[in-house]
Each structure stands twice: as structure tokens, then as C-alpha cells.
Design a protein around this ligand. Structure first.
Ligand SMILES: Nc1ncnc2c1ncn2[C@@H]1O[C@H](COP(=O)(O)OP(=O)(O)OP(=O)(O)O)[C@@H](O)[C@H]1O
Ligand SMILES: [Mg+2]
Length: 235
């Protein structure tokens, strides 16, 4: 469902050009949980940002859930993100003056639906990640793990096909981080969401997850798909 061929991203700056991602080719099926591993500056965030439609490749092709991202204009990219992608970040990025409930509602504001449906979706997302009991709290009144759960609910509320998580456990202790990883694993397995996680945490090496190893912008290792073959899924 995610297909990248020869994906390359260059950044130009005064001193020259940085190749942040070089000629990456990969396919991530529906329901896969893959971890992009590599040292700082190896291109992990660049890969996630391209797949999430936050940035455009310099060359190569990229299709996500059947959408050819190169064919989209600026507004098309925004619509693609809104409808198909959930993002989770290291620093949570919750709006501090909005409650958890309001933060999770935000991605639905531009989407057409009844108030009742909006409320149902928010409640469902909050329940799914176990944070419903904190719905009326402000982010500043939550622990780090609870903030990341709230951010995960926000990432899920639009029922994304793809969830991109950039160092989602970077600011959490080990046990709290494990709970978040467990939730992500459940989402890929039970809800068929394709989850791509970026991390330099070596713990991921021992998990049996698909590992995409990046070095200096190049995809130097790929342990191959571990997702079950979905029945009747042609994407
Ligand atoms: N907007 C930008 N302009 C110029 N160079 C950039 C830009 N974004 C990233 N780069 C460069 O591209 C390379 C890859 O960056 P990227 O952020 O993808 O790395 P990363 O693997 O996510 O690192 P980290 O683990 O530190 O988050 C780095 O050399 C970085 O300096
Ligand atoms: Mg990064």
C-alpha cells in the first residue's frame, strides 16, 4: 500500500546540496509495522515526511494507498494528509490551551460530518488509546505517556491508512514507551493501519519488526515484510 521507487530528497543550501534520502525503494503492505532505524541525520524523518506528504521528493515515485503523491498540488497534498495520514511526534505537539478532547477533535474540523459523528469518532479514538478518563484535562495536566496517548488519539481520529511516528518514545521512560509501542503494534495488527516508526533505539532490533536501516541517506538494510498477507487486498 506504500510503494516508493528510487525515492530521493535533496536539500539545497548556500554551501551546496545535502542528499537526505538517496534512491530508496520499498513496499510497505497494509497492516505492516516497520521501523526506520539509523543514526542522527541518516534520513529517517525525511522518509517519513515524504510518505506523509509533508515534503516532496526531488526524484523517484511514491504512491500511498493508491495515490500518486507526485500528481498532487499543494491543496491536494493537504487533503491527502487530512484524509489518510496520522502523525505522531517525539514532542507530542498538543495545543496547550485546548483540552485533550478538543485537541483530538481538531483534525475533524475541516471534514464534513455531523456533530454526532464527530463526537463518536473522538470518543472512540480516546477509548482506543486508554485516555478517555483525561478528556477534559489540558495537556499540561498530563504525564508524558498520557500526552503521547492523547497525541495518538488525535493521529487516529481521521481513521488514517498510514500512521507515521517520528521518535514517539524519545521523551518517555522505558515502561511508558513500551505501552505506546504496544498500542502502535495493536493498531497495525488489528486495524490494518500501516505504521512506520522512526527511531534510533536499538531495542527495536530484537522485536521481529520489519527494520529499514538507513545510513547517510541510503536504505542499506530491509528485513522484509512481516505483515500477514491480507485477504483480498489488492492495494
Ligand atoms: N530542511 C532541510 N534543509 C537542509 N537539510 C536538511 C533539511 N532537513 C534535513 N536535512 C538534512 O538531511 C539529512 C537527513 O535528515 P533527517 O532529519 O531525515 O535525519 P534523521 O535520521 O531523522 O535524524 P535524527 O535522528 O537526528 O532525527 C541531515 O543531514 C539533515 O541535516
Ligand atoms: Mg529525525
Amino acid at each position: 500500500m506504500i510503494q516508493a521507487t528510487g525515492l530521493t530528497k535533496e536539500f539545497s543550501h548556500r554551501g551546496g546540496t545535502v542528499v537526505a534520502l538517496r534512491d530508496a525503494t520499498l513496499t510497505l503492505p497494509k497492516g505492516e509495522l516497520a521501523v526506520a532505524l539509523g543514526p542522527s541525520g541518516s534520513g529517517k524523518s525525511t522518509l517519513l515526511n515524504l510518505i506523509g506528504g509533508l515534503d516532496r521528493p526531488t526524484s523517484g515515485s511514491l504512491s500511498v494507498g493508491g495515490t500518486d503523491l507526485a500528481s498532487l498540488n499543494h491543496d491536494g497534498m493537504a487533503l491527502f494528509r487530512r484524509e489518510h495520514v496520522g502523525f505522531l511526534f517525539q514532542a507530542f505537539h498538543l495545543l496547550p490551551t485546548f483540552t485533550v478532547y478538543e485537541n483530538v477533535t481538531l483534525p475533524l474540523v475541516p471534514l464534513q460530518m455531523t456533530q454526532q459523528e464527530r463526537a463518536n469518532r473522538v470518543t472512540q479514538a480516546l477509548d482506543r488509546v486508554g485516555i478517555a478518563h483525561r478528556a477534559d484535562h489540558l495537556p499540561g495536566e498530563l504525564s508524558g505517556g498520557e500526552q503521547q496517548r492523547a497525541a495518538l488519539a488525535r493521529a487516529l481520529v481521521n481513521s488514517p491508512q498510514v500512521l507515521l511516528a517520528d521518535e514517539p518514545t524519545g521523551e518517555l521512560d522505558e515502561v511508558t514507551g513500551e505501552a505506546i509501542i504496544g498500542l502502535l503494534e495493536g493498531l497495525s495488527r488489528e486495524s490494518g493501519i500501516t505504521v512506520l516508526l522512526a527511531s534510533h533505539d536499538r531495542r527495536f532490533r530484537e522485536r521481529g519488526y520489519r527494520l529499514l536501516t538507513l545510513e547517510n541517506g541510503s536504505l542499506v538494510g530491509d528485513t522484509g515484510s512481516s505483515a500477514p498477507t491480507p485477504e483480498g487486498d489488492a492495494q
